[in-house]
Every structure is written in C-alpha cells, then in structure tokens.
Design a protein around this ligand. Structure first.
Ligand code: SF4
Length: 251
C-alpha cells in the first residue's frame, strides 16, 4: 500500500492532536495515505497526488519555486503489517486515517485496522474521506467515525467526480458520519445548504471550516464563518494544527 513519505524518508505517521472537525484537540496517531481521486485547487496535501507530468492545476502554480512532486520521493510502498507496526510505536489508541483519499486503498486500510484491533480492542478509528467512494462492509465494521468532506465548486473538480450520489447517500445514512465543508467564500454556503437538503442532514452534523493554509488567512475568514454557523445551527471548526504549528508536515 502507498503511504505519504516525509523528506526524512519515513512514512507520514505521527502522534499529534486532531486539528479539525468534531474531535478537535483529541490526541491521535495520524497515518497519511498517498494518492487521491480528486485534485483540489487549494489542496494542502498536494504531495499525495500532484505528480510531475500530470495535468492538474493548483493555486500555487503561480508561486515562485512551486513545482509538481516526484512520485517516487513522495510515497512509500509498505505492507499493512508494517503500517500497523509503525502506528503501534506511538503511545496512543486513537488513529486518524487521512490522505490523500484513504478509500482509494480501502482493502489495505481494512487490513491495517484489523491488525490493530487484533492487537488491542481498545483502538478507536477515525477515517477522513472526500465522500466519493463507498466503504466496504468489512471496513465499515471497523470504523468508529467518518469525517466526510465533500468538495464544493471552489475545489475546481468537476461535479460528477466530487459528488457521487451512492457514496454520499451511504455516509448520510451512517450515524458515524459528520460532514465537514471547507469554506472560502460566501457563495459556498448556498451549495452547502443545497447538499444538506439533498441528503436530509441535521444541521448539527455539518461542520464548516475556513479554507486557509496559514494563521492570517484563517483569522480573516473565521469571524464571518462563525457567525454563519450560529445562524444556521452548523458546527464551526478551526484548523488547530495550523494555529499551533503552521503548515508543517508531520505535526
Ligand atoms: S480530496 Fe482532499 S486530498 Fe484529495 S485533492 Fe482534495 S483536499 Fe486534497
């Protein structure tokens, strides 16, 4: 299976605080899957998919020095047993599976979670997903919480790729799923409300988070978004890890 590789050559598996969504502030081990089936313009884990030679644009294309990533240097091939072993090295029994898009490799991650639960039934598993791929039953049986982040028009992905009805219906019907939206402009709210109606979601299952890869951008968007959450009955999420550590990888 393919795991994001740090510049040290190690897999991106690290012990930190959950920085987003309903578990914000809870200590957890993160494992970052390489590969994604979407290509968001503002993606802050573009090293999981924006490979040299691919056609996808990114908002950083115009920044001096930005270039697409060397695939070989950006991902590690590991077995599920090795991934589980690296996760278990940390003194924590909460795991956040993130990416990239982990469900691209759902069979392999099912094996990882099975191995961990086999070692210790106390493990709690969060799975972060863009909501375009339906989990298999074997994986669903293991997952405690889905952090589903459907992508809006602001992501730059075609609608047919970012909104997959069958997958969204699965998550909407799951009591384990929370819907987190990255908001960068006022116009995003109408899309979120339309999806809420389409999926018949209670407002408290919806979390709005400002888009931003630095503390200054988050600060400028925070107040407006918090007020919209109060009006609509949505939850608000900041990006705790950006506040604490900036955009540093592996934190
Ligand atoms: S779905 Fe997530 S990982 Fe994939 S491109 Fe979009 S933001 Fe990045």
């Amino acid at each position: 299976m393919k795991i994001a590789q740090l510049s040290t050559g190690h897999p991106e598996i690290f012990h930190t605080l959950q920085g987003e969504g309903i578990s914000t502030g809870v200590p957890a081990v993160f494992v970052r899957a390489s590969q994604c089936n979407l290509h968001c313009l503002w993606c802050d884990t573009d090293y999981t998919w924006n490979w040299t030679g691919t056609p996808w644009p990114h908002e950083k294309d115009s920044e001096a020095g930005y270039q697409k990533f060397n695939r070989q240097q950006s991902q590690l091939e590991m077995t599920p047993t090795d991934v589980a072993g690296a996760i278990r090295e940390h003194d924590c029994r909460r795991l956040v599976v993130t990416g990239g898009e982990p469900l691209v490799q759902q069979k392999e991650f099912t094996d990882v979670l099975k191995i961990l639960r086999g070692w210790d039934p106390e493990w709690t598993f969060e799975l972060e997903t863009n909501g375009t791929i339906r989990p298999h039953e074997a994986l669903d049986d293991l997952v405690n919480q889905y952090n589903v982040s459907p992508k809006l028009t602001n992501s730059g992905n075609p609608t047919r790729l970012r909104l997959v009805e069958e997958a969204l219906a699965f998550f909407a019907a799951s009591s384990k799923a929370w819907f987190k939206f990255v908001v960068s402009a006022a116009s995003d709210l109408a899309e979120i409300t339309a999806l809420q109606d389409q999926l018949d979601l209670a407002p408290d299952r919806i979390v709005l988070m400002p888009e931003g890869r630095d503390a200054t951008t988050l600060r400028t968007r925070r107040q407006w978004l918090a007020d919209r959450c109060i009006e609509k009955g949505y939850r608000y999420s900041d990006r705790l890890h950006i506040q604490l550590w900036g955009n540093e990888r592996g934190r």
